[in-house]
Design a binder for this molecule. Structure first.
Ligand code: ASP
Ligand code: MG
Length: 407
């Protein structure tokens, strides 16, 4: 088999951990597999480098940030290759450039355009384990180093797995896999044996931090099977794969929460065509991603209210823009609520089962939790609630849905 193994920051946090990684890699290779390894920077290293740059500038040049941040992964790739060689196995570290990862030119959040994996393939054929520095690439003309956004090594791994046509992509981290919810809140949260790409995508974008969202999108697009597992033990982990019949039997696979949203409400907007377009165009043009939107029916046919959510980090900017437009449109006011959380239940089984949303609302109501906004997709129901009820909501929803298996 050809296996890609990605090791996150905690898995390569120090030389002892790197030795443990090297042992696992060597074992996998000795079992007769070709192994391509992708590594993150040592835990905390990327943040440390960002901190250093911020000491010198409040707004450091993004090209230089990519030069700086890509160094973290370069260090771990070389150290990991050295540790593997020490175990008597041939290993070769490769930077993003040497791996042939071509990206666009958007520094600090570049997109992978293609991978020319010839060099890596040749090295694998010659019996080397290749150890690729994650999170980085090179622009098409070869002139600049780019990075793929925070958590981007997951994406490197998935993209490399598809370029090498790997049989499997294993994502090693410090947890045993994907859980039904955050085990810090619900101690009896269960590890899932498998989950569909779509569910994982919802959970990842809802803040379940095990996999970077873009990496899941990429894996889904190319059908690369992923396994999320721990590098600290030999437990089997969670398989992220195509949806199958079994998965539909489980109505709710996971309960997720997101405390990083803020809610903006515009009151008394004129109820006529073009108003929402105007408001959300301005927000989009500022590069702010809107998540939920709710517009009320106007009772008098003249004025209406619109509420929407944005990432907390963009809330000040979004409010300023909204106030400007509200002024021009003659709205009666704008307010910002930051003490909110988004609670979501996710499961492909919702497609075929009714009453799931109602049960969620009833459960929240029973515990006196008010719902401020609701949004749904085919496989998800999300509610905005008061921030202080986040943990309670996660607990009671997990409890209600944990045994919701269909007979
Ligand atoms: N080191 C980078 C980060 O912390 C990339 C990664 O770990 O995936 O975001
Ligand atoms: Mg990571």
């Amino acid at each position: 088999m050809l296996i890609v193994q990605k090791y996150g920051g905690t898995s390569v946090a120090n030389t002892e951990r790197i030795k443990a990684v090297a042992e696992r890699v060597a074992r996998t290779a000795k079992e007769g597999n070709k192994v391509a390894v992708v590594v993150s920077a040592m835990a905390g290293e990327t943040d440390k480098l960002i901190g250093l740059a911020r000491k010198l500038s409040s707004d450091p040049n993004e090209r230089e940030m990519d030069m700086l941040l890509s160094s973290g992964e370069r260090v771990t790739s070389a150290l990991t290759a050295i540790a593997i060689e020490e175990l008597g196995h041939k290993a070769m570290a490769l930077t993003g450039r040497q791996m042939g990862i071509i990206t666009d030119t958007v520094h600090t959040k570049a997109k992978i355009e293609k991978i020319s994996a010839d060099r890596a393939k040749k090295a694998l054929d010659e019996g080397y384990v290749v150890v690729v520095a994650g999170f980085q690439g090179i622009t098409e003309d070869g002139s600049d180093v780019t990075t793929l956004g925070r958590g981007g090594s997951d994406l490197s791994a998935v993209a490399i797995a598809s370029a090498l046509d790997a049989d499997l992509c294993e994502i090693y981290t410090d947890v045993d896999g994907v859980y039904t919810t955050d085990p810090n809140i619900v101690p009896d949260a269960r590890k899932l044996e498998k989950i569909s790409y779509e569910e994982m995508l919802e959970l990842a974008s809802l803040g379940a931090k095990v996999l970077q969202t873009r990496s899941v999108e990429f894996a889904m697009k190319y059908g690369t099977p992923l396994i999320v597992r721990s590098s600290f033990n030999d437990n089997p982990g969670t398989l992220v794969t195509k949806e199958d019949k079994d998965m539909e039997k489980v109505v709710v696979s996971g309960v997720a929460y997101d405390k990083n949203q803020a809610k903006i409400t515009v009151m008394g907007l004129p109820d006529k065509p073009g108003i929402a377009a105007r408001l959300f165009k301005a927000i989009a043009d500022a590069g702010i991603v809107v998540d939920m939107i709710v517009q009320n029916v106007s009772s008098d046919g003249k004025a209406t209210d619109i509420s929407f959510t944005v990432p907390k980090t963009d809330s000040k900017k979004a409010v300023k823009l909204t106030e400007e437009i509200a002024g021009e449109l003659g709205a009666s006011g704008v307010n910002l609520g930051e003490a909110i959380a988004k609670i979501s239940i996710v499961g492909v089984g919702m497609r075929t089962h009714s009453g799931v949303a109602a049960q969620m609302f009833e459960t929240l109501a029973k515990h006196g939790i008010n719902i401020m906004m609701i949004s749904t997709s085919e496989i998800k129901v999300s509610c905005i609630i008061d921030l202080k009820y986040t943990e309670l909501a996660v607990r009671v929803l997990h409890d209600v849905f944990k045994s919701a298996e269909v007979k």
